[in-house]
Write a protein that binds this ligand. Sequence first.
Ligand SMILES: NC(=O)c1ccc[n+]([C@@H]2O[C@H](COP(=O)([O-])OP(=O)(O)OC[C@H]3O[C@@H](n4cnc5c(N)ncnc54)[C@H](OP(=O)(O)O)[C@@H]3O)[C@@H](O)[C@H]2O)c1
Length: 324
Amino acid sequence: MKTNAIRIGEYGGPEVLEFSEIDLPELQKGEARIRHTAIGLNFIDTYHRSGLYPMPLPTGLGSEAAGIVEEVASDVTSIKVGDRVVYTGRPADSYSERRNFDADRLVPIPDEISDEHAAALLLKGLTAWYLLRRSYRVQSGDNILLYAAAGGVGLIASQWAKYLGANVIGVVSTKDKAELAKSHGCDHIIFSEENISEKVRKLTDDEGVAAVYDSIGKDTFFSSLDSLRPHGVMVTFGNASGPVDPFSPAELASRHSLYVTRPILFDFISDRGNLLLASKELFDLVIEGIIKINVNQKYALRDTAQAHIDLESRKTTGSTILVP
Ligand SMILES: NC(=O)c1ccc[n+]([C@@H]2O[C@H](COP(=O)([O-])OP(=O)(O)OC[C@H]3O[C@@H](n4cnc5c(N)ncnc54)[C@H](OP(=O)(O)O)[C@@H]3O)[C@@H](O)[C@H]2O)c1
């Protein structure tokens, strides 16, 4: 069977993304074939494309999509033909009209949630889940600092953190993003060009925040450490400005016994039990209306290069969908 998909033959900028027809292999044991209806765009896709997170070449791209199960291998029992499903994970190949994937990694989509919303929320929402519920468990009354608060992960995490009772300080780059972040749970906004730690101190009676969720990386690492209260937790989970440089543990001692963690989503959902548990917690909050999903950009799959350009130039807000 043939399908259309994005392929890269070399690492580089958005220009290396090629839309082409490929052969879909026969289903292997444990796999299902999915016809995609909506594909989630994520910042990690740009790291795969640039080679920051290397993968053997040539390769597909994309870590999240929703669709319909078209066929399952004879040993698959967890899912059946016709089911609406969403998934996140590797191998990266969700920028495609159809693909084969491990059936155990597929999550059934509840009736109340559309395919588009499912593809817009699974990877980003599960990230918000582990950040706020596992990496540092937010307590009611905590001050927290969240970067890219109007972004894909950011809009979900700010709503979720507010629901957990946190005082949410969001960092964004523009006034429009500030408005959006404020209407999705941020109590305070700091603009990226401001002195972040100084502003955090002012907003927290000089105490500092219990946790920083920093997806910017290189440019913000030390401002983030400077924003923490004694024993505070630095969750560095992304590289939008480049990877964090090596640093000495003494930096943590001089700032009063800080903790640093560098988590990745897949370690929190590596077994099906945790994947389904976390997905249910996320879906329930969406169905209850506590977390609203913002699909603020849509592109045809063949225009993925433009989607990458817009994501990397900070033009997007909320979630972005590629339409196969
Ligand atoms: N470790 C994990 O498990 C995990 C899982 C999912 C996502 N992530 C990370 O979480 C972050 C958010 O992912 P997302 O897909 O939701 O993307 P996103 O937040 O929608 O987009 C990235 C945002 O980062 C901000 N940014 C600051 N400096 C930037 C720079 N130099 N270049 C580009 N953007 C910059 C921009 O917001 P402003 O203009 O408002 O600053 C931009 O909109 C990414 O860093 C991603 O790698 C990590």
